[in-house]
Design a protein around this ligand. Structure first.
Ligand code: GLC
Length: 754
């Protein structure tokens, strides 16, 4: 390991180039970030990215000490040894393990990341090399982001590996989960910066874990590609990161409703029964999901003829009732002679190969299985085309699972060396699995998304994925994998989804009720209330756990579940308006309290309450048997959504919530658009009812359009002042109302001016 240093610099082609005896660097200014790319091999000067989509570059000026570009904070640089300072962050040095040290046994001797596996090629390349960036720590700094992570909101004090992993049995201390987002937000005294290490290898962030004085970012690849993102607050870092890695497309309205799923609905008849139960209990439902049970022998792009006959008719029948169908698609393709997907893929040499050029063969649900190499465009195009099979049958969305990729075994490899995925030395064209692994799920989702765009251009694509990398939001929503029916997992879903939201993934959810083990009715009910404020609201459970559909437990549970789910539908105008905002700015729907109140130090310590958009503060009940909890209300006034009581913040209150509610507070100055609690095919809401803070001046917005397809939308505003309400949008042919709740809990209508 030796320090990286440079001796010369020049500004050319909108980049600052640094050169030295061993390494070179290319420093670029983007509208929202500085990029520092350090490399050794000349070809890496043009390193691309699977995550970053912003190609704009700004002119740079360098005076030998600091680089400047319009709109960006200065980047102070020392050339030898190389270090930098930016927005309160200072690097104490970048250290390299050069490619030469990665030969033969030496590779095994230096292996902080556990990459030197038996299958690594003998010459060390392309697993070789590696960099460590050391950052000076500050005691008051907190860290957020890092995508999908266990633990609380602040990520400081632990070591995080970025390596997509099928973590069926994860709990609080599990490190890597299904997604990798090597992106972190540092925040101190209300000021924030972001760091994105755009390396797909198995990178590690040590955030003041080994020593409180220092944090370290490691990558084992041949380049070090870092983006430095300015604040000033977490909000700006988050939206800048979304500008860098892409914003989520506007989803279809139905996707924001309630979804029902379960592994183990064995046939279409069972699914019909589930739907009939929703109807009988008058619980609204927007989508039903088919897990691996629908396939013939776990062969993707098939339906089992006996158990799921005539799928088109079945899906049309559901669609008539306003219910969409989503099907699971795993990457593992059954290796079976005569199976067209396998035969076609083999003919095109589409599958991941061993260094000798054979297909990597293993086991996932199908056995034996092979894996498409999504890193190659022609393979993605082929896979995208296969989706026509589902779309022609009326499938509305695609669920990509097991795409870390997960492998239960691989032929010729010992279980222990495997790590439940493909061998690191497996080939993806010119690249190794070690490099491609973390983007496998991203690229699979891209194919699923593009397939829908291609064959169903009049609808908005819908993809849900388990695995992903920074930028996944461009193609897919995310769910947090196999959680458990435990109160701790309900609680943990909150910081997990909040940090995913700060990492660019605005649309995400956890399995409501928990995936594995048996749920109690109280847990499912409290979780359903919480899920009302998940961007993605789906009840899902594993094959061996007790049934947990909202009607499964009888009364009083089903009645309360109905209320919770209907409440989501009532809020749909607000949810859809936030979704549209996310598609323009990348702003998450679920936001930590400090996102809205960056100056409030208490807000930074709260992981179990959050904002849903700017107007609603949500404080779920997270423990069994409880009907009370402490809630922190920041500065300003707040109205209890249910009782009308007004509180003056900053304050701690004890909220009361029976099974019929979740503690929920309307923020002063805000108006929330709502509608009747039922699914709607269009996103022009009728009636449109604004719930307004009862005192002073309030404002609210609503975004409306046809709810699917390309249709141009309209944002309308409501302004209320001194008892007078003005609405800027169209009221023609529908009811638009404005309501306040008095402190006594009575609904009073405010007259809307013409
Ligand atoms: C994985 C998924 C889970 C799914 C199951 C069967 O465990 O995470 O959601 O139900 O596979 O497909």
């Amino acid at each position: 390991m030796h320090p990286v240093g440079f001796s010369h610099w020049k500004v050319e082609d909108q980049a600052l180039w640094l050169t030295g005896p061993t390494f070179s660097a290319r420093i670029e200014a983007l509208p929202h970030a500085w990029r520092v790319l350090v490399f050794q091999r000349p070809q890496d000067a043009k390193k691309g990215s699977w995550a970053v989509v912003d190609e704009r570059r700004l002119p740079i000026v360098f005076d030998g000490q600091s680089a400047s570009a319009e709109g960006l904070p200065l980047l102070a640089l020392s050339l030898s040894p190389f270090s930098f300072a930016f927005e309160g962050l200072s690097a104490s040095g970048l250290f390299a393990h050069t490619l030469a040290t990665w030969r033969g046994d030496e590779a095994a001797a230096f292996d902080p990341l556990g990459l030197a596996r038996p299958e690594a090629p003998a010459d060390g390349h392309p697993l070789g090399g590696g960099f460590e960036l050391h950052l000076k720590e500050s005691p008051g700094r907190r860290y957020f982001g890092l995508g999908e992570r266990t633990g609380f909101l602040d990520k400081k004090g632990r070591r995080y590996t970025h390596w997509n992993t099928d973590q069926f049995d994860h709990q609080e201390t599990t490190d890597a989960l299904y997604q990798s987002h090597p992106f972190v937000i540092g925040s101190e005294s209300g000021k924030a910066f972001g760091l994105f290490l755009d390396e797909t290898w198995k990178t590690v962030f040590d955030l003041a874990a080994t020593t409180p004085e220092e944090s370290t970012l490691f990558t084992p690849g041949p380049t070090f590609d870092l983006y430095l993102i300015p604040g000033p607050t977490v909000r700006e870092v988050t939206t800048a990161f979304a500008a860098l890695t892409g914003k989520p497309p506007l989803p279809p309205l139905w996707a924001l409703g309630f979804h029902q799923c379960r592994w183990g609905y064995p046939d279409a008849e069972t699914v019909r029964e589930v739907v009939a139960n929703f109807e009988a209990h008058e619980i609204p439902l927007s989508a039903i999901w088919l897990d691996i049970d629908y396939m013939d022998g776990y062969k993707v792009f098939t339906f089992h003829e006996g158990r799921f006959p005539e799928p088109e008719k079945f899906f049309a029948e559901l669609k008539e009732k306003g219910i969409r169908t989503v099907v699971i698609v795993d990457p593992g393709v059954k290796k079976e002679a005569g199976y067209s997907v396998y035969e076609e893929g083999r003919r095109m040499r589409s599958f991941v190969e061993t260094p000798r050029g054979d297909e990597v063969v293993g086991e996932v649900w199908p056995k034996p299985a092979v894996w498409p190499d999504f890193s190659r465009k022609e393979v993605r195009d082929w896979w995208a085309g296969l989706h026509r099979f589902y779309l022609e049958k009326g499938v509305a969305g695609i669920w990509n699972d097991m795409n870390e990729p997960s492998a239960f075994s691989v032929e010729g490899m010992e279980e222990k060396a495997l790590g439940k995925t493909l061998p690191l030395g497996a080939r993806h064209g010119e690249k190794s699995h070690a490099e491609v692994h973390n983007v496998y799920g991203l690229l699979m989702s891209q194919a699923a998304y593009e397939g829908q765009k291609r064959y169903d251009p009049n609808r908005r694509p819908f993809v849900l994925t388990r695995a992903g990398f920074a930028g996944i939001q461009r193609y897919a929503w995310v769910w947090t994998g196999d959680n458990k029916s435990h109160w701790g997992h309900l609680e943990m879903s909150i910081p997990m989804l909040l940090n995913l939201g700060l990492s660019g993934v605005a649309f995400a959810g956890a399995d409501i009720g928990g995936f594995s083990e048996d749920a109690s009715p109280e847990l499912v009910l409290r979780w359903t209330w919480l899920g009302t404020f998940y961007p993605f609201m789906r009840n899902h459970s594993g094959k061996t756990s007790r049934r947990q559909e909202p009607y499964a437990f009888g009364e009083p549970w089903s009645g309360h579940m109905r209320e919770a789910i209907r409440f989501r539908y009532q809020l749909l105008p607000y949810v859809y308006t936030l979704a549209e905002e996310a598609s323009r700015t990348g702003a998450p729907l679920m936001r930590p309290i400090f996102y809205e109140f960056p100056e409030d130090e208490t807000a930074y310590t709260i992981h179990d309450a959050f904002f849903f958009g700017p107007a609603l503060l949500v404080a779920p009940i997270i423990r069994p048997g409880k009907t009370h909890r402490a809630v922190y209300l920041p500065e300003g006034r707040w109205q209890d959504w249910w009782t009308g009581e007004i509180f003056e913040g900053p304050t701690w209150i004890v909220a009361e919530a029976g099974l019929d509610r979740i503690p929920l507070y309307l923020r002063e100055g805000h108006a929330v658009p709502t509608t009747d609690p039922r699914p709607s095919e269009t996103a022009v809401f009728d009636p449109l009812i604004f719930r307004v803070f009862p005192e002073g001046q309030s404002e609210g917005e609503v975004y409306e359009d046809s709810g699917d397809g390309e249709a141009a939308g309209q944002r309308s505003r409501l302004e209320v002042e001194g008892g007078r309400a003005r609405f800027s949008g169209s009221r023609e042919g529908r009811t638009v109302r404005v309501e306040i709740m008095t402190t006594k809990g009575e609904h009073v209508e405010v007259t809307l001016e013409d």
